[in-house]
Design a protein around this ligand. Structure first.
Ligand code: PPS
Length: 284
């Protein structure tokens, strides 16, 4: 299973797929002004947003999404293979990342490249990550949900603390090239969200193209698409015999998993850590 973890810049990374040298190279990645970055804390809707951005780029035509795996359309910059792919992809590039802001490519901060940051209710992130940790081979076995909850709240998980990640990225609010949206907004109004994304990206899609984006980025369509459901991923990376990557795709699944006490414990830490951020999230 897992090869263990290493620390880089105070953040935990798995030893399989990631390396300290790769992370240094990601930090030095030469960002181009026409790059579009799909940034999230893990399990917050990365592949969903990647599908939406791929479809917007193709004016709603699903051909690209159905013929090229998502990890090649919008490679994860922090993985060794993703970095190589991002370097080689033709411009304009779509690039995904779970990196905390302090480890993100330095050249982004003086570029006109765009970042779309998707946030999700951290209780749902916790539950999604708990299941994912059981199928994603680079991650350690999460133990019981009770144990994993404590690790998550302490930030003792790959990519570090949800609270630090969100706080760090939200400091970019107000920049012209930064757009923040939530998983919950995508759930509540996908079409309206796609329209807002198009406005941010400077794309003018017809009503028919918008409909096609919405239809092809649905949970059902993505679950059927081999290029988006990770069924092409090798077994030594993802063990889909133990559960699907596209698991439930709903908001509020945490209610089916956390006890009243666990939820209250989460809320106490959440209130402390999110105070002072000056943001109201859809789940607050
Ligand atoms: S990863 O591994 O960090 O890149 O995972 P990420 O893509 O960020 O998050 C996976 C969760 O997003 C859900 N998902 C969707 N929900 C609704 N609609 C669509 N189209 C969709 N696509 C992905 C996916 O099911 C994971 O959430 P859970 O709660 O585990 O189902």
């Amino acid at each position: 299973m897992s090869r263990g973890y290493f620390q880089h810049g105070g953040v935990t990374f798995p030893g399989l797929l990631y390396s300290p040298r790769g992370l240094e190279a990601a930090r030095d990645f030469p960002v181009e002004d026409d790059d579009v970055f799909n940034v999230t804390y893990q399990k917050s809707g990365t592949v969903w947003m990647l599908e939406i951005l791929s479809l917007i780029r193709s004016d709603g035509d699903p051909h690209w999404c159905r013929s090229v795996p998502n990890w090649d359309r919008g490679p994860w910059l922090e993985t060794v293979l993703g970095l190589r792919r991002a370097r080689g992809n033709p411009r304009p590039r779509l690039i995904s990342s779970h990196l905390p802001v302090q480890l993100f490519p330095k050249s982004f901060f003086t570029s006109k490249a765009k970042v779309i940051y998707t946030v999700r209710n951290p209780k749902d992130v916790l539950v999604s990550l708990y299941h994912f940790s059981q199928i994603f081979r680079p991650y350690k076995d999460p133990g019981s949900l009770e144990q994993f909850l404590e690790k998550f709240l302490e930030g003792d998980v790959p990519f570090g603390s949800w609270f630090d990640h969100v706080r760090g990225w939200l400091e970019l609010r107000g920049r012209e090239n930064f757009f923040c949206i939530s998983y919950e907004e995508l759930q509540q109004d996908l079409r309206g969200s796609v329209e807002r994304l198009c406005a941010f990206l400077g794309r003018d899609l017809s009503a028919g193209a918008l409909d096609a984006v919405v239809a092809n980025a649905s949970f059902a369509a993505m679950s059927r698409n081999r290029m988006s459901n990770f069924s092409l991923s090798p077994l030594f990376i993802l063990d889909l015999r133990r559960g699907p990557f596209l698991r439930k795709g709903i908001s509020g699944d945490w209610k089916n998993h956390l006890t009243v006490e666990q939820s209250a414990r989460f809320d106490r830490v959440y209130r402390e850590r999110v105070a002072g951020l000056g943001v109201t999230f859809p789940w607050d």
